[in-house]
Design a protein around this ligand. Sequence first.
Ligand SMILES: NC(=O)c1ccc[n+]([C@@H]2O[C@H](COP(=O)([O-])OP(=O)(O)OC[C@H]3O[C@@H](n4cnc5c(N)ncnc54)[C@H](OP(=O)(O)O)[C@@H]3O)[C@@H](O)[C@H]2O)c1
Length: 328
Amino acid sequence: MKAIVYERYGPPDVLDLKEIAKPTPKDDEVLIEVYATTVTSGDARMRALRVPAGMELFARLSLGVFGPRRQILGFELSGVVSAIGKSVTRFEVGDPVFGTPGLGLGCYAEYRAMPEGGVLARKPENLTFEQAAAMCFGGTTALDFFRRGKLQSGERLLVNGASGSVGTAAIQLAKHFGAHVTGVCSTENLELVLSLGADAVIDYKREDFTRNGETYDLIMDTAGTASFSRVKGSLNKGGRLLIVTGRVSDMLAAPWVNATTDKRIVADMAGEKAEDVRLLAELAKTGKYVPAIDRTFPLKRIAEAHAYVDEGHKKGNVVITVGGGSAT
Ligand SMILES: NC(=O)c1ccc[n+]([C@@H]2O[C@H](COP(=O)([O-])OP(=O)(O)OC[C@H]3O[C@@H](n4cnc5c(N)ncnc54)[C@H](OP(=O)(O)O)[C@@H]3O)[C@@H](O)[C@H]2O)c1
């Protein structure tokens, strides 16, 4: 089968289209013919080993010291079940599915085997395979941070970086949970963020949300510009700063801030759960959560897609089509 392989960290041209062995599903696995995947900010960061200052050693220890241990990127997929292991009962050959192997990666390939009990669900009929491929990265990250930050109905949430993959998912999901949502984005993305259901928008190029007198119960930072020292005055008593990306110093300070102030920092790697993707699928069926798609590229042009994502200004998600002959 065809797959995109990278053997060293670096610019987009480290990504090579190669022929590799097609996986055989184990007894509890389904083999998925991949129709679409995405280039997430995480894929681009892992490819380039682009990590916050002070984290490179830790990143190399977890991803591979001299080069990537997992040489096929791709965090999420949609496709069709093409074979099942002996003990599989939840899925049948021909089922359209979407899901994520998480940091197991490996979705930049024509086939990916996943356990039937993994983070995998049936594709909602009203979504295209391109949309379904983009369900998980932003969606599971937002759900995990809202769970850890204990987002409640009626609370005021500000999403800094509202136009990216996590931001566009966070707005829709927070509205579903009954929050009042303010999105911070650049001028050209104001319409997009409002169209996703935000109650208010702030153009970060014209206004500093920390200086307008408004306060929030939660601030979610997906842009890395909302340090605790900058935003603490914008947090209500009991307020939580959800650091999806940010400074290592804030992450290290979290236990101290949480123990000594009336505010909290939540900073961690998001986890993915099967129940979360099932919730995302349910919400997608009723149009409450529809992944925003920016651009779509075929697999053979994946380096171009990575270069675009490297610019740091994608709107929602960048999709890669794999099936239907587009891999060649
Ligand atoms: N902790 C975790 O487990 C976890 C999980 C997922 C992602 N992440 C990290 O979270 C970050 C966001 O991920 P993503 O996939 O959503 O990224 P993304 O799709 O690339 O979006 C980033 C967004 O940030 C906006 N932005 C840039 N500068 C800004 C500023 N000064 N103020 C407000 N917005 C600004 C950009 O919009 P403009 O074009 O308008 O500037 C862009 O839409 C990445 O660094 C990613 O690695 C962490």
